[in-house]
Design a protein around this ligand. Structure first.
Ligand code: SF4
Length: 372
């Protein structure tokens, strides 16, 4: 049995982006040290799996804090782990918040993968997205990470931004490809409820791009990246062979992970728990009882099996339904009709593991919903 992977949440950012629904807060005026105290307390009280196959520090922008604070929480985490040179160790970072000094701190603590939130290579789209970095910062940050000796780099981009043309998106991909990243995440802009963008759209102050233009970007992305040897392995994720993000594959394969920090989720022993999202309530809860769990769900039998199928359907590898039945000790015979219907519609592959066919990628959410 593989040990759970490890996720640590650092919820601070330079400013709050208007499209973002992550548990993140503008860092100015926040008690970062108080948060890091609470994080350490939570790790002490709950314990940390010492041999996680992957570690992912996300946020937020984990590198927005001072070099001293970065070194402090990296040390707190690494001190709890047994050394393993094969472990994938990712930290998310944003251009503008990354310096040579910070990259050196990451490297010193064993980080071997950095995920850079580039988002766009056009100044007007960065501005529209409310990003505080500029285009030159992206190139600088990428160079700093490479020169700092971090072997694996991901670049995050957003397409379908209001006003974006296919030509602009294509130019973004060309530049990104020329940098030779190992991995690209290309997300369609989503107007998540509760975000400023959602409110602006509801008030008619922000007009999403036409669906067919977004679809053209979606299709172009796979065509262009696969020609560059970077292949889609999940709806929004592309990698050179062998460079897939192993940590995210843990989620999509419904494997176990232990999460620490405000709003972090864990999935261990069929129990999915979520931590308190509010920073003050998170710290209070950890102080009072050693954990900050505010939601809990038990996934067993058929519900766990269906969840595993829905998650795996996001990936190119898909899922062997028989293996899911054996893993969860259930009979999924009731899904045969749904599978046959999806095959008939050409949305999932005609044979082999259950996985999306080319036509299915674009309607992946609808296909997944049929299996819930
Ligand atoms: S930098 Fe990332 S996590 Fe922070 S507010 Fe913007 S999108 Fe959200």
């Amino acid at each position: 049995m593989t040990a759970p992977s490890l996720y640590v949440h650092i919820p601070f950012c330079e400013t709050k982006c208007p499209y973002c629904d992550f548990n993140s807060f503008a860092v100015l005026g926040r008690d970062v040290d108080g948060y890091l105290d609470a994080l350490r307390r939570e790790m002490d009280a709950r314990g940390v799996p010492p041999d996680p196959p992957t570690v992912f520090i996300g946020g937020g922008t984990p590198t927005v804090v001072s070099p001293g604070q970065l070194a402090r929480y990296m040390k707190d985490i690494v001190a709890r782990l047994r050394p393993d040179p094969l472990r994938e160790f990712t930290v998310e970072a944003n251009p503008g918040s990354l310096t040579r000094e910070k990259v050196a701190i990451l490297k010193e603590h064993g980080v071997n993968r950095v995920s850079l939130g580039a988002q766009s290579l056009f100044a007007h789209h960065l501005k529209a997205l409310g990003r505080v970095h500029d285009v030159a910062d992206v190139a600088d940050a990428y160079a700093i990470v490479r020169e700092g000796g971090i072997p694996r780099v991901n670049l995050d981009f957003i397409y379908g931004v209001p006003g974006m043309t296919l030509a602009e998106w294509a130019a973004t991909l060309e530049t990104a490809i020329s940098w030779r990243p190992d991995h690209l995440s290309c997300y369609a802009l989503i107007f998540e409820p509760g975000t400023e963008f959602h409110a602006r759209r509801s008030a008619g102050r922000l007009k999403p791009i036409a669906e067919d233009r977004e679809l053209a970007m979606f299709r172009y992305t796979e065509r262009r990246l696969s020609r560059a040897g970077i292949f889609r392995y999940e709806i929004s994720n592309f990698a050179r062979p062998g460079e897939e993000c192993r940590h995210n594959l843990v989620y999509w394969r419904n494997q176990e992970y232990a999460g620490y920090g405000a709003g972090a989720f864990s999935y261990v022993g069929g129990r999915r728990t979520g931590n308190e999202r509010n920073l003050a309530r998170y710290a209070d809860a950890v102080r009072a009882r050693g954990d900050a769990i505010s939601s809990e769900e038990r996934l067993t039998g058929e519900s766990a099996a269906r969840e595993a199928i829905v998650l795996a359907l996001r990936t190119a590898e898909g899922v062997d339904v028989g293996a899911v039945e054996r893993r969860y000790g259930v009979d999924l015979g009731g899904l045969r009709g749904t599978i046959a219907r999806m095959r008939g519609l050409g949305l999932v592959a005609p044979d082999g593991p259950l996985r999306l066919a080319r036509r299915g990628w674009r309607v992946a959410d609808e296909v997944a919903a049929a299996f819930l």
